[in-house]
Ligand binder design. Structure first.
Ligand SMILES: Cc1ncc(COP(=O)(O)O)c(C=O)c1O
Length: 486
């Protein structure tokens, strides 16, 4: 039975809780609130009993899927297990009871955590200093683009407006560059699925602002020609931006700073383990090389040898990018994760993430196509195009079939350069048995496409909502109840 909306359960006058009678005399009740701020109509809240409310939310919680419930190989999202010790640290009262407007003399612990975390992230990425403010990877990218702009403005090179974004970059990269006012120049991936330094040649002039690169790229491949590409961009006076959201593949192995990058963002909610999905919560710290540090957002978190403090006096700063100091709860989780793992643990995590991805890829290659072969890093992209040609079953049908078997599907139809793409990222935290179960199921679905395609066309049959109109759902999502829609 489908769970109805709580508004549909509402019955006039039904209550789950009664407030005590108001002890403020009636004639004083509205005195403190000016009319402009008072409601004219009663809010449309659902009127439900306590048991209906309890059942409603428990039912909903049982329908949601998360990494604590099952395998979640959603490529590009790094849905790794989130150790519960992170949650314990983030729930400490001394953190949860803080207010961002408290005087810094009373928040030394929190400032120390942020200062040290910035230092750890610099060590991991090979950068000089950074900001923890951005709330997401994409906001980190936008911040990075604004840093590029501040740097060129200060140098008097306002004409540098062209930003190269390879086709194998994450989709947010061109969007962030465009929003920051740059002209996006897309270059194709070569036959290896990588950036070819030769393709940069036509754009190496004094209008070049730089390049924005996802590495490992969205095909899960490490850009092996990165040093040559970095040299070309720098020689032309441009800067290099590193989308480090895929850092889970390379921690302790290589560092963007050593590859020549000027700005990096990390997705703490991916690599540094925070429960995420459906758009939040997140943190996208930005780390920069020496020459860009003067432009970092304010306030910086400083340490004078005795005390931690907010540093506002930075004449060349690009300004502020978030309210207060970012998503502090996520910062605590990342800090805890890094401290618990240590440098050896982080390196091992990356090694295991790459091993798991290559194991799974090898098991699935017989049934699905791999358009760009070779050793992958943390993820790989299969194609269901041969299955589609021969049976009419699409990547979408396979994904829906997985839902019926209790598995979250991989990312589909992305990156765009692979037709019928299924982008799989198992992460380091899955066991060999889980990987084998998933591989068996994927193989079974590929075989089903040939023998019982009607079952896959009909899938999913076990979920509360069957197939939705994907285009309508994406273009006109109805996520708010309105009386008139009933
Ligand atoms: C490679 C890459 N870059 C950027 C982003 C954007 O990050 P966010 O969703 O936090 O804005 C993602 C998201 O998963 C990503 O995988």
């Amino acid at each position: 039975m489908n769970e109805r909306l709580i508004f549909e359960k509402s019955r006039k006058g039904r209550r789950g809780y009664f407030f005590p009678a108001c002890d403020i005399p009636e004639n004083e009740q509205t005195q403190s609130l000016p009319d402009t701020y008072s409601r004219c109509t009663v809010p449309e809240l659902p009127e439900v009993s306590e048991i209906d409310t309890v059942r409603h939310y428990n039912q909903l919680s049982r329908k949601s899927f998360g990494v604590d419930l099952g395998f979640y190989p959603l490529g590009s999202c790094t849905m790794k297990y989130n150790p519960k010790v992170n949650e314990a640290a983030a729930s400490l009262e001394k953190f949860t009871e803080l207010h961002p407007l408290q005087d810094s003399s009373t928040t030394q612990g929190a400032l120390k955590l942020m200062h040290e975390l910035t230092g750890y992230l610099c060590e991991i990425t090979g950068m000089t200093w950074g900001t923890l403010q951005p709330f997401a990877g994409a906001q980190g990218e936008y911040t990075g683009m604004k840093l590029f702009r501040a740097y060129f403005t200060q140098k008097g090179e306002m004409q540098r407006n062209n930003l190269i974004v390879p086709s194998s970059s994450h989709g947010t990269n061109p969007a962030s560059a465009h929003l920051a006012g740059f002209t996006v120049i897309e270059i194709p991936a070569d036959e290896r699925g990588m950036v070819n330094p030769e393709y940069l040649e036509p754009y190496l002039n004094d209008e070049l602002a730089g390049i924005m690169l996802t590495n490992p790229n969205t095909l899960g491949l490490f850009e092996t020609d990165i040093l040559a590409a970095a040299k070309k961009i720098h020689d032309a006076g441009g800067l290099l931006y590193y989308d480090g959201a895929n850092m889970n593949a390379i921690m302790g192995k290589v560092r963007p700073g050593d590859m020549g990058f000027d700005v990096v963002h990390l997705n703490l909610h991916k690599t540094f383990s925070t429960p995420h999905g459906s758009g939040g919560p997140g943190a996208g710290p930005v780390l920069v090389s020496e020459r860009l540090t003067p432009f970092l957002p304010v306030p910086d978190i400083g340490f004078d040898g005795k005390k931690y403090n907010f540093v506002w006096d930075k004449p060349m700063t690009m300004g502020k990018v978030s309210g207060f100091n970012g998503n502090f709860g996520i910062l605590i989780r990342a800090y805890t994760y890094i401290r618990v793992m240590g440098s050896k643990g982080l390196k091992k995590a990356s090694e295991m993430a790459v091993l798991n991805a290559n194991y799974l890829k090898t098991r699935l290659m017989s049934k699905y196509e791999l358009k760009y072969p070779g050793i992958c890093k943390h993820e790989f992209v299969l194609s269901a195009s041969r299955i589609k040609e021969e049976t009419g079953i699409t990547a979408m049908d396979i994904a829906k079939g997985l839902l019926d078997l209790g598995i979250h599907p991989p990312t589909m139809y992305f990156p765009l350069i692979v037709p019928e793409a299924l982008m799989i990222e198992p992460t380091e935290t899955e066991t060999r048995e889980t990987l084998d179960d998933f591989a068996d199921i994927m193989i079974q679905l590929a075989e089903q496409a040939y023998h019982e395609p009607e079952l896959l066309h009909a899938a999913p049959i076990t979920t509360p909502v069957r197939r939705v109109d994907e285009v309508q759902a994406a273009r006109k999502p109805v996520v708010r109840w309105r009386k008139e829609s009933n």
